[in-house]
Design a protein around this ligand. Sequence first.
Ligand SMILES: NC(=O)c1ccc[n+]([C@@H]2O[C@H](COP(=O)([O-])OP(=O)(O)OC[C@H]3O[C@@H](n4cnc5c(N)ncnc54)[C@H](O)[C@@H]3O)[C@@H](O)[C@H]2O)c1
Length: 257
Amino acid sequence: MGLLSGKRALVVGVANKRSIAWGIARSLAEEGAELALTYQHDRFRDNLEKLLPELPSGAITTHLDVGDDRSLAALRETLGVHWPHVDIVVHSVAFARTEDLQARFSEIPREGYSIALDVSAYSLISLTRAVLPMLQAAGGGSVLTMTYLGGERVVPHYNLMGVAKASLESAMRYLAWDLGGDNIRVNAISAGPLRTLAASAVQGGTALREVPERTPLRRNIALEDVGHAASFLCSDWAKNITGQVLFVDAGFHIMGV
Ligand SMILES: NC(=O)c1ccc[n+]([C@@H]2O[C@H](COP(=O)([O-])OP(=O)(O)OC[C@H]3O[C@@H](n4cnc5c(N)ncnc54)[C@H](O)[C@@H]3O)[C@@H](O)[C@H]2O)c1
């Protein structure tokens, strides 16, 4: 029996084998959860199909663009065909246009700001709403999102994504309050830097190089560290933890210099 035996988990945000969503999916599956995984593009669907054999059992796969309400409605229909309810929702999604991430902060245009906050923060609310009846049908559940220290403090180069993460973390707390009466918990993991597709757009490798010497545990984190923390937060062992940001960063966030 794993920590998540008998639970059904929707995981959004696998682009390739380096994706945090993939690390989480693997850990949830190892702990006994049944999985539904979404992909944003055909290219990512091909990546996902190649990864599936690594899971102990199969997974439902389906398309999802979190920026499109029809796509969110279609996701709910597809899931409903396979499952009577959902216990776990993992939101591991972020996007900002490269030019808006690289612009001087004071020069970020209105449109780029809206796109980044819509896809990276509002999508936690719209995704949760789309599957809410299925979480309620389970008698409660766990929603998890991914954030970064740059949402709380200034991290050079993180820029617009920092504002998006601040919004995401606040949305996480308000959702935790709103849905707590339905026994639905909502939390975030603040991960240390990992080399992924999304990260390559914002940090240029600097954070990864600098982290070990300025971190209590003197090392970078690995994908499976985030997966294990996610499995814990989504399990009944965390049944009284909600509205929380759990740092999985080898302690980096406690440092003052
Ligand atoms: N890599 C890091 O260092 C790090 C650290 C802390 C937090 N995070 C966060 O982790 C999450 C996952 O990022 P990652 O680093 O695994 O990179 P990634 O590129 O592997 O994952 C980002 C995912 O977002 C998805 N996405 C973007 N726009 C979408 C849309 N409109 N509809 C559906 N999906 C969409 C992409 O398809 C991709 O799967 C993000 O929220 C990121 O900000 C990353």
